[in-house]
Design a protein around this ligand. Structure first.
Ligand SMILES: Nc1ncnc2c1ncn2[C@@H]1O[C@H](COP(=O)(O)OP(=O)(O)OP(=O)(O)O)[C@@H](O)[C@H]1O
Ligand SMILES: [Mg+2]
Length: 224
């Protein structure tokens, strides 16, 4: 097992006040090596919140999040940095590309903390991925010169560049037309099978969800 969530709860606001809202209520989840799971659920049900907790961008109020046997809450700063940079690929709902960098620079950015410059292998891998999702020609453009769907595909390539063990993707096909959504779904599927990457994908797309091994619904703080 690569990831296990044990009774994870998270709320927003002050628990003593009326504005408090419990978003996740004792969530349990298990993800195995190479397994692909989809999480669906209404807007505001807590899907992004859940991914942020697993991605260590936010902290749970209670419960345990165990990645390869260790509770991530117990990680040292060094372990956290390694986890985020090398073991995890995160595709954000609103992609978060660096506006001053080109598409090419954006996708190679995660390589820099451990290599200083991207080598031949990384560049070949980046080219392969960019061609695969059809944005190789746009590689010298900046995010402001790209369409929303092109930015989203860039974000997916960036998440794959370090060949992580786990990918968390928040609506990766949300801004794409049918053809490009299908392309991206195929890429995610193909790469995760080939590289043995586990996938947790938040999606409203029935097409994408149907290609995962398991589909969960998040509703009223519960995963079903
Ligand atoms: N930082 C925050 N402070 C207060 N409330 C928040 C915060 N972040 C999220 N929420 C609330 O928590 C709930 C869950 O938000 P979340 O973004 O996880 O939903 P979601 O399932 O990803 O929705 P969507 O499908 O629209 O992306 C929402 O009601 C939201 O308003
Ligand atoms: Mg969301």
């Amino acid at each position: 097992m690569i990831l296990k969530l044990k009774n994870v709860s998270k709320g927003y606001g002050d628990p003593q006040k009326s504005n408090y809202r419990k978003v996740l209520d004792e969530i349990n989840l298990e993800v195995y090596e190479n397994q692909k799971i989809a999480i669906a659920g209404p807007s505001g049900s807590g899907k992004t919140t859940l991914l942020n907790l697993i991605g260590t961008l936010d902290k749970a109020d209670s419960g345990e999040i165990i990645f390869k046997g260790t509770n991530i809450i117990e990680y040292s700063d060094e372990q956290l940095a390694h986890f985020r940079n090398r073991q995890l690929g995160f595709v954000f709902q609103f992609h978060h590309l660096l506006p001053q960098c080109t598409l090419w620079e954006n996708v190679l950015l995660p390589v820099l903390p451990f290599k200083k410059i991207a080598g031949k292998t990384e560049k070949e891998w980046a080219e392969y991925l960019l061609r695969k999702v059809g944005i190789w020609e746009q590689r010298n453009q900046k995010p402001s010169e790209l369409s929303g769907g092109e930015c989203q595909r860039t974000a997916v390539v960036r998440a794959l560049i370090n060949k992580p063990q786990l990918i968390l993707a928040d609506e990766p096909t949300g801004a794409l037309d049918e053809k490009n959504a299908l392309n991206l779904t195929e890429l995610l599927n193909h790469i995760s099978s080939e590289e043995g990457i586990s996938l947790v994908v938040v999606t409203h797309s029935a097409e994408l969800a149907s290609q995962m091994d398991k589909i969960y619904q998040l509703k009223d703080g519960q995963l079903r």
